[in-house]
Design a protein around this ligand. Structure first.
Ligand SMILES: NC(=O)C1=CN([C@@H]2O[C@H](COP(=O)(O)OP(=O)(O)OC[C@H]3O[C@@H](n4cnc5c(N)ncnc54)[C@H](OP(=O)(O)O)[C@@H]3O)[C@@H](O)[C@H]2O)C=CC1
Ligand SMILES: O=C(O)[C@@H]1CCC=N1
Length: 269
């Protein structure tokens, strides 16, 4: 049994706890740390998972998953440094933070794996992207893959690609939620009741995502199949192009990548 401690059980930390439990892991194999007692008590009540302090986490858990905001990392590393040992594997979910930061601040030879997950982890549909730090070996990557494959898909990339990955799949669900929100608003504009507009758009999103995932057909081909000559779809596509939606997406994702790089630079030693 591998015990996992989540350090900072906020949105993504809670999604991980919840996803691991739904994936069949027992609450006894999970621990977490939280800043406020009220939040800790709430999570224990909901999931049956024990809240501990960092020294206890380092002794009882082999895998320490750091899930605090990048801006909150310094006190966590200061708490971890005196208690972590080479029986621990440190897994960072923090946007922008390089494995070299952990390697610099923690004792020598602690293995670190950087992961960029996303919130669909809550429903077992995460995209988690992992990269090895200097001391992380094949067995560490395999352990992280085994853990995260219970809550979605996992792939490996070189760490140099992690800022781009953060902008694509880490933040990605937010772009889809934004699009769905805007399309529901369009339904309201056209006089459709909100509950009906929500049903139409959410089922269209689920259907489109399922076609992409299950058929393996390129999105251009799928879109062309919806776009009839002189029909309705091409009128909408012309407006999307006229308003620069494609260029806006390219610029938006580039801005997210730049912010991830900036978060890392703020912690350069
Ligand atoms: N949300 C997302 O979709 C994704 C987030 N990430 C990464 O995951 C990390 C967490 O993000 P997110 O979950 O959104 O943020 P949250 O703020 O929701 O979660 C962080 C949690 O850690 C707690 N915390 C802060 N400092 C400490 C500490 N010293 N000890 C224990 N707990 C602490 C916070 O408490 P308090 O609220 O009191 O500050 C909060 O509950 C970030 O680094 C982010 O880049 C990665 C992929 C996706
Ligand atoms: O917005 C953020 O910074 C985090 C990282 C990826 C998704 N959410």
């Amino acid at each position: 049994m591998t015990t996992i401690a989540v350090l900072g059980a906020g949105k993504i930390g809670e999604a991980l706890l919840s996803g691991l439990l739904s994936g069949g892991r027992s609450p006894d194999e999970l621990l977490f740390t939280e800043r406020y007692e009220g939040r800790a008590a709430e999570l224990t009540k909901q999931y049956g998972v024990r809240a501990v302090d960092v020294p206890t986490a380092a002794v009882e858990a082999e895998v320490l998953v750091v899930a605090v905001k990048p801006q909150d990392i310094d006190p966590v590393l200061a708490e971890l440094a005196p208690v972590v040992s080479d029986r621990n594997l440190v897994v960072s979910l923090c946007a922008g933070l390089p494995t070299s930061l952990y390697e610099r601040k923690l004792p020598d030879s602690i293995p670190v794996v950087r992961v960029m997950p996303n919130t669909p982890m809550l429903v077992g549909q995460a995209m988690s992207v992992i990269s090895a730090g200097k001391h992380a070996k094949q067995q560490h990557l395999e352990l992280v893959e085994e853990l995260l494959s219970t809550v979605g898909e996992v792939i490996r990339v070189p760490e140099a690609q992690q800022d781009a990955v953060t902008a694509l799949s880490g933040s990605g669900p937010a772009y889809f939620f934004y699009l769905v929100e805007a399309m529901i608003d369009a339904g309201i504009l056209l006089g459709i009741p909100r509950n009906v507009a929500e049903k139409l758009i959410i089922q269209s999103a689920v259907g489109a995502a399922t076609m992409l995932a299950e058929t393996g057909t390129h999105p251009v081909i799928l879109r062309e199949a919806v776009t009839s000559p002189a029909g309705t779809t091409i009128m909408a596509i012309r407006e999307l192009e006229r308003h620069g939606v494609r260029a806006a997406l390219l610029a938006a994702i580039e801005a997210a990548r730049d912010r991830s790089q900036e978060l890392g630079k703020a912690h350069e030693g």
